[in-house]
Design a protein around this ligand. Structure first.
Ligand code: AMP
Ligand code: MN
Ligand code: MN
Ligand code: MN
Length: 281
């Protein structure tokens, strides 16, 4: 069976492998294709496409966008996006700008709490432009202000805690619209991770379907068999295609491997063919 992975992060966002290294690893793992779905950025796509061509691995240009749904954050995946589309890139720039504003506010709060940390240190922990709360956590831990990154989140960085500042994000409808504008397909990522009941997940799918959603991530590293079965049936009910992905982050999520997730994930190439059919319509 030809296998693929439609949810993968590189070092352009919060994964640890570079786009090129990902392609080489995908080859080692015998994958026929994977989608690069970094958070909020498309910086890694060109490198992945070039190396993919060299190694004979099909690369789907993708993205994972955070969106505000009621009082929580959900994730929308984009596939086959025109990653050079100026309108789309403008939206990504707004996300970056807002992230920087939020980071500055969080840094001020941490300084007010008496922690001696600087933007330069955060940048050096991140090693790139995109600084997330995960980097705040790592820095707090490295400087001895928290025993572990988990502690840093529980004490300071999670919603409701002393240094938390909410990051403004687009609505799901806007995310779906931007992805469509960039000629891509919009997919609801890992619906079971939002702390919603079955009824609430179905409501979410129904609402997003009306807003143009194309698919649901029905195969995923962390699902139980029951969860996968439910998502498959709801996708079918709403005439949405399904995708499958590991959410590989390299060493940042050690228990999840490329293509195989926690060990027995298998995502058939046929899913990609179904997506391509929808793309043509
Ligand atoms: P941001 O997008 O900057 O708000 O940061 C979100 C990132 O923080 C996520 O992608 C996770 O990597 C990380 N994160 C969120 N909650 C936790 C937690 N409880 N423990 C460790 N990392 C977390
Ligand atoms: Mn991530
Ligand atoms: Mn996600
Ligand atoms: Mn992800």
């Amino acid at each position: 069976m030809k296998c693929i992975d439609l949810h993968v992060h590189s070092s352009s966002s919060d994964g640890t492998l570079s786009p090129r290294e990902l392609v080489l690893y995908a080859k080692e793992k015998n994958l026929a294709a994977f989608a690069l779905t970094d958070h909020d950025v498309v910086d890694g796509i060109e490198e992945a496409l070039a190396e993919g061509q060299k190694q004979g691995i099909e690369i789907v240009p993708g993205i994972e966008l955070a969106a505000q749904y009621q009082d929580r954050e959900i994730h929308i995946l984009g596939f086959f996006i025109d990653y050079k589309d100026p309108y789309f890139l403008e939206r990504l720039q707004w996300i970056q700008k807002e992230r920087k504003r939020r980071n500055q506010k969080m840094l001020e709060k941490l300084n007010d709490l008496g922690f001696d940390i600087t933007l330069e240190e955060l940048k050096s922990v991140a090693g790139k432009d995109l600084i997330s709360r995960a980097h705040f956590g790592k820095l707090l831990q490295e400087k001895g202000y928290a025993a572990t990154i988990t502690d840093a989140f529980q004490l300071y960085l999670s919603p409701g805690k002393a240094a938390y500042v909410q990051r403004e994000v687009y609505s799901p409808k806007e995310c779906i619209h931007f992805i469509h504008e960039a000629k891509g397909l919009a997919v609801l990522a890992h619906p079971t991770l939002y702390d919603l009941s079955d009824e609430e997940i179905k409501d979410l799918i129904k609402i997003l379907k009306a807003e143009g959603l194309d698919g649901i991530e029905a195969i995923y590293s962390l699902y139980t068999n029951e969860e996968e079965a439910k998502l498959r049936s709801w996708a079918h009910h709403y005439n949405l295609f399904i995708t499958g992905g590991s959410d590989f982050h390299g060493k940042n999520k050690r228990q999840i491997d490329l293509g195989t997730g926690r060990g027995n994930l298998k995502i058939p190439y046929e899913l990609l063919e179904e997506m391509k059919k929808r793309l043509k319509k």
